[in-house]
Design a protein around this ligand. Structure first.
Ligand SMILES: [Zn+2]
Length: 448
């Protein structure tokens, strides 16, 4: 049994000072400097980034064989679905959802926690230090976040009461979840309308109201498929983005996942209304959403775009390195233009822009003094990083680096992965629990 941390109480992160010496620092600062030097961490935050630090520290690390890279921000996932990898491959969205709903109806809070632990382990081992989630039983996911040491921005899924399988009223459940976890060091609770296909006007506006009162973002799916857009038009006479604008939903900070099927007018609305976009290319390609999200136009209009993996039922990986690689290739090929979405821009999407989506750009997303010490150490001797030259490191991160090149990961100055081993959890236990919990879920699959 895990104890919830009472509201307002945040346990201190690493009080010790840490000094990483001689690393290749991929700062992601405003000048995007890459430098050989030393990185100091104090009280869980970055205290200095310099060519040479002449001071001492409680712990000094020879980091000369490593690149230190800001932790990735996965801007859209359903982490607890890690037990459902491969459960509904090679189907259209409708058939995919039919299988997912049948399995989902069998889920318990206990197996959601098991699934979340497995997914978080996969994320930490692939360099992700923050993620934005959309699901239910988010208390179970919050407990997994707390115990394994990642940062979780956890959206409690809300939809119209008559359509939910949740006990009670979803928006009230969300509000109670926000109340239970507010002020936590690693868990940022928020409210997450599932999408226009299950949320009416009332649900959207109440979600906005809850978020505004709590000072959080709202997270939701939007304009993922042509079918969603078409059916919403049939029902309301408006495309989803235009409809959300008309009902008065936009205005406070929010993050929309997918945003594939947009008109120029809708791109303008999203940019003007400060709506962040979580681009999920793997999921869109695998489910054949068709078309390609207008990432270049969204960015040109001034919208913030981050990268999300979506769940492993539709990806089937939580690796942000894979997502960067794919995001770049798809945009280039689609436009017959190799210059769009450069390696540097892809790394921005996975780090700084993700932090901006969460409203945490002052605190996360780069190696700058005062920010949280969230970063990964990449082995420079890994084959996928050869030649390990400073001028090529960003290219390698965007296009070639494998998850296995990541040696260690820190969140708030605390080690969470060391030499490819989880520090605060035991993978063999997580795996065993995951296999056992998957047994019941997989048996609930409808016959194809
Ligand atoms: Zn999703």
């Amino acid at each position: 049994m895990h104890d919830l941390v009472p509201a307002g109480v945040s346990p201190p992160s690493a009080a010790r000072s840490l000094l990483f010496r001689g690393a290749l620092l991929v700062t992601q600062d405003p000048q995007r400097r890459i430098l050989r030097g030393d990185l100091r961490v104090e009280g869980g935050r970055i205290a200095s980034v310099s060519p040479h630090d002449s001071g001492s520290a409680d712990e000094e690390v020879d980091a000369s064989g490593f690149a230190i890279v800001p932790g990735f921000v996965n801007a859209h996932t359903h982490v607890a679905m890690s037990l459902l990898r491969g459960v509904a491959d090679d189907r259209e969205l409708a058939g995919f959802l039919e299988t997912l709903f049948a399995v989902d109806a069998r889920r318990t809070e206990a197996d959601v926690e098991v699934g979340a632990r497995a997914g978080i382990a996969e994320m930490l081992l692939s360099g992700t230090t923050s993620f934005l989630d959309l699901y239910y039983f988010e208390d179970a996911i919050a407990r997994a976040v707390e115990s394994l040491g990642i940062r979780g921005f956890l959206g409690w899924a809300v939809l119209d009461s008559e359509l939910t399988t949740q006990k009670g009223v979803p928006i009230d459940n969300a509000r109670a979840f926000l109340e239970r976890w507010k002020g936590h060091r690693l868990v940022a609770p928020l409210v997450a309308p599932q999408g226009v296909y299950v949320c009416g006007k009332e649900t959207w506006l109440r979600a906005k109201e809850v978020a505004e009162r709590a000072g959080t973002i709202v997270h939701y799916h939007l304009a993922e498929t042509r079918r969603e857009v078409h059916e919403h038009q049939q029902k309301t006479g408006r495309r989803p983005v235009v409809w959300l604008e008309e009902i008065g939903f936009f205005g406070s900070r929010s993050v929309a996942a997918h945003a594939v099927w947009l008109t120029g007018e809708e791109i303008g609305i999203l940019a003007r209304r400060n709506v962040g976009i979580a681009h999920c290319p793997s999921s869109n390609l695998k489910l054949a959403s068709g078309g390609v999200a207008p990432v270049v136009e969204l960015r040109a209009a001034g919208a913030t775009v981050g990268l999300g993996t979506d769940s492993v039922a539709s990806n089937n990986s939580l690796s942000m390195l894979r997502e960067m690689h794919l995001a770049g290739l798809v945009q280039k090929n689609q436009r017959w233009d190799a210059t769009v979405l450069s390696a540097q821009q892809l790394l921005d999407l996975a780090t700084l822009e993700g932090a901006r989506l969460l409203g945490r750009e002052a605190d996360l997303g780069s190696l700058e003094v005062g920010k949280q010490a969230d970063f990964a150490l990449f082995r420079l001797d890994h084959p996928t990083l050869l030649p390990a030259r400073p001028e090529a490191i960003v290219s390698h991160l965007a296009y070639s680096a494998a998850d296995e090149a990541i040696d260690s990961v820190y969140v708030g100055g605390d080690p969470v992965v060391r030499h490819r081993t989880l520090v605060r959890g035991d993978w063999s236990t997580i795996r065993r629990d995951g296999e056992a919990a998957a047994e019941a879920l997989w048996s609930a699959r409808p016959k194809p």
